[in-house]
Design a protein around this ligand. Structure first.
Ligand code: PLP
Length: 457
């Protein structure tokens, strides 16, 4: 009898049929590009980047099935068949009755919180994403994060602290809490997953107090995979059935289809309450467009209708999460400080631990990220004191962490890209003592990381 063959190679579950060349540059060129960009990777031209890990949002590759559907999309202003396909897919996978399309995730947040949140209301979450927080605050309400744990530790680090949730409801009163949110996976908390049992607990608390429960569903498929592979009782359950169970616990969701919608653009708000749906729909017409397109082209709606299923395919998720775990494991074995185990969509390097000789307000995360570009043409994103250090009163204080996020576009890079990335990180790590800090020479008062200019110290 032959022994079944076990491979240790990550086989990308696709053949490549259309290719997009990426450009090799010399270190001298990259030094020059950086100088011109004020040492800000956001200001580099994408064509000067070899491996672009700035974000996983809208940067994925479409399947041939999705491409084909784009040709036959219905671009009618009202009643487009592409919308009805999207609506049917959302109802099938997520189970919500009303589907309101939007141009991307934050537009769904804008509509929801404009309708639900009043001044001084409190909206708790396991971890609000930054656009979610901004829309809550824009509506005059307060966004509260109730994470369960620290950045390092167990299988479901994205969970909400449910004791803290009940305490908050008791202290503030349920009238002040118009909705409870859960972000899956928890992007702000390092892309860490949330367990089904935690979702059940939060859902039960929400029901007990009669508070609506909404899910920020951007990476629902990745979260479903973590439940399948880490939570007892789900080993044999299909990701799509796990997703259906997750959403059955909630009253609605906001979605950026640029993530697990596997699209380059789009999003939606989906919910069960008829009255709230009608009022959200009319606001959507005002801000997004008529309710059968809401800021999306017919072909975007086609790609999302298919993408919601493709993101839940087991072969895809095994490759997707497996690739990240492969990189994380190798880096961890080499002693590179990172958030470990890794989450769903990104590797978070702990630059504060790597560049211990660079003080927080000389931006170690920024420095290490720039080094990755200089050495290897890799572009990541600092999540540290450049992003979060600037205070409303004009002063500066260190962020809680100095991280470099390497976020992976879906279905774009292969295992050899991953191996190359590991080599670049190791090279930067070995030369870490030569890396210095930066100072900001030009900045905007809000969201300065997108446009600031810096100089090496
Ligand atoms: C990306 C993201 C959003 C916002 O979606 P956009 O499509 O970028 O507007 C909201 N929540 C989470 C968790 C996200 O990752």
């Amino acid at each position: 009898m032959l022994q079944p063959f076990q491979s240790n190679t990550i086989i990308e579950p696709f053949r490549i049929r259309t290719v997009e060349p990426i450009r090799f540059t010399s270190m001298a060129h990259r030094e020059d590009f950086l100088k011109k960009a004020g040492y800000n990777p956001f200001l580099l031209k994408a064509e000067d980047v070899l491996i672009d890990l700035l974000t996983d949002s809208g940067t994925g590759a479409l399947s041939s099935h999705q491409m084909g559907s784009m040709i036959s999309s219905d671009e009618s202003y009202a009643g487009s068949s592409s919308f009805y396909k999207l609506e049917a897919a959302v109802r099938d996978v997520m189970g919500f009755k009303y589907v309101i399309p939007t141009h991307q995730g934050r537009a769904a947040e804008n509509i929801l919180f404009s309708r639900l949140a009043r001044p001084d209301d409190i909206i708790p979450s396991n971890g609000h994403f930054d656009t979610t927080r901004a829309h809550i605050e824009y509506a005059g309400a307060v966004a509260v994060d109730l994470p369960c744990a620290t950045l390092k530790a167990g299988p479901f680090n994205g969970n909400m602290n449910t004791d803290a949730l009940e305490k908050l409801i008791m202290e503030e009163g349920k009238e002040k809490i118009p909705v409870i949110m859960m972000t899956i996976t928890n992007n702000t908390g390092g892309g860490q997953p949330v367990s089904m049992s935690n979702l059940q607990k939060v859902s039960a608390i929400a029901s007990k107090y009669g508070i609506p429960f909404f899910i920020d569903a951007c990476r629902f498929a990745e979260n479903a995979w973590f439940i399948k592979t880490r939570e007892k009782g789900y080993e044999e359950t299909l990701p799509i059935d796990i997703a259906r169970e997750i959403f059955s616990l909630a009253d609605g969701c906001t979605m950026s289809a640029k993530k697990d919608g596997m699209s380059n653009m789009g999003g939606f708000l989906a919910l069960n309450d008829e009255k709230l749906a009608q009022s959200c729909k009319s606001l959507g017409i005002l801000t997004e467009g008529f309710s059968t397109y809401g800021g999306m082209a017919g072909y975007d709606m086609e790609t999302v209708a298919i993408g919601l299923y493709e993101s839940l395919e087991e072969d895809y998720l095994r490759y997707r999460i497996g690739s990240l775990q492969y990189i994380g494991k190798k880096l961890n074995e080499c002693g590179i400080p990172l958030i470990y185990p890794v989450g769903g969509h990104a590797i978070y390097l702990d630059a504060g631990q790597i560049l211990t000789h660079v003080p927080p307000l000389q931006y170690p995360g920024w420095s290490f990220n720039v080094a990755l570009y200089l050495l290897g043409g890799v572009r990541g994103c600092e999540i540290g004191s450049v992003m979060f250090g600037s205070q409303p009163d004009g002063t500066e204080k260190p962020a809680s962490h100095e991280l470099v996020r390497l976020a992976f576009p879906r279905r774009v890079y292969t295992q050899s890209h991953a191996d190359y990335l590991i080599e670049v990180i190791l090279s930067a790590y070995e030369q870490r003592k030569k890396l210095g800090g930066y100072r900001i020479i030009e900045e905007q008062p809000v969201l300065r990381h997108f446009s600031c200019k810096l100089l090496p110290l």
